[in-house]
Design a protein around this ligand. Sequence first.
Ligand SMILES: *Cc1c(COP(=O)(O)O)cnc(C)c1O
Length: 400
Amino acid sequence: MKTQEYIALEDRYNAHNYHPLDVVLTRGEGVWVWDVEGNKYMDCLSAYSALNQGHNHPRVRQALLEQSQKLSLTSRAFRNDQTPLFAQELCELTGQEMMLPMNSGAEAVETAMKAARRWGYQVKGIPENQAEIIVCKGNFHGRTITIISFTSEPAYQEGFGPFTPGYKLIPYGDPEALEAAITPNTAAFMVEPIQGEAGVVVPPEGYMRRVREICDRHNVLLIADEIQTGLGRTGQLFACDWEDVKPDLYTIGKALSAGFMPISAVVGKREVLGVFTPGSHGSTFGGSPLASAVARAALRVIVEEKLPERSRELGAYFQEQLRAIDSPYVKEVRGKGLFIGVVLKPEVGGARPFCEKLQSLGILAKETHRDVIRFAPPLIITKEELDWALERIRQVLQSD
Ligand SMILES: *Cc1c(COP(=O)(O)O)cnc(C)c1O
């Protein structure tokens, strides 16, 4: 079948909740993907950072194949010999005490919020049903009804009410606003250390450190949503590490499976995750033996292939080269490591046509929030491959 036939099928039978680039991919290897016509592209989105290890990583694939031949699913009604090792390895790697495995990122976020509310009632002593969670404008934490209840993006909410109460929105990057919003009923502050979907928004230096200090002073949990920024993307294992901040809970997902299947987790303090008791929360597939084996391999690749270090070094180079491009369209280049937003001037009229030009030159990137081109290639990328991309990006950002 040809590209246009796949697109016609998708447009007819798939709900239209995305606006994908018109490329139909059929194979991926490392930073490269191929479409059904045999064209080759560099993937500069990495499935929103779910592919930090690159497409089809052989070691993760091997773990998937081996485990799939032994035992894929038990449910948590029975124990298995993979989940405990996944839990131990994840806690040791992240320096945390306990974890709870789920599937999608949104489920990890929901789990963290349940933990925070229950902690608020049982440990902090908030009166029943009064717990508040503070979040930031411009946030992206997923798509469930509760999560979109506290988005500041009208498009995510339209037609989906009524919404879940118990949330307060404050400006991002403003520690004073956090302090002012806290009440005795505040259980948690949930924040992305860098806002991804908002367009790779980096908060002022010292923000997370101030936030940590304020949360400590008011006995408020700090939940860092590192589903996109974590696992090496920004040049540290977690973006919080840039300021030596340790949150009470991390939500992680995306690259936790190297792109092979949906795997997410909440990892954090025993005092918080310890509030869950049998029957209070669960997931049929969360922490399955197959998912656990895949996640263990995905984590090993991050450590052994030094993906955070690669992101830090190559990201610094990539950003410097992008900033050096003399383009009439670019307002700003921002980001950390290989998590980069090229912000176009508002009068340019949007990033989509630039992404389409990049596609025609063999680079897949996606606009976010109209004016931002996000560059987040797999962290296994080489300097030579970045130079290949830069040549084409220069061409697109300098053409008229
Ligand atoms: C992608 C993302 C989520 C949601 O993850 P899903 O797997 O799509 O549910 C939550 N938080 C952040 C910061 C994300 O980038």
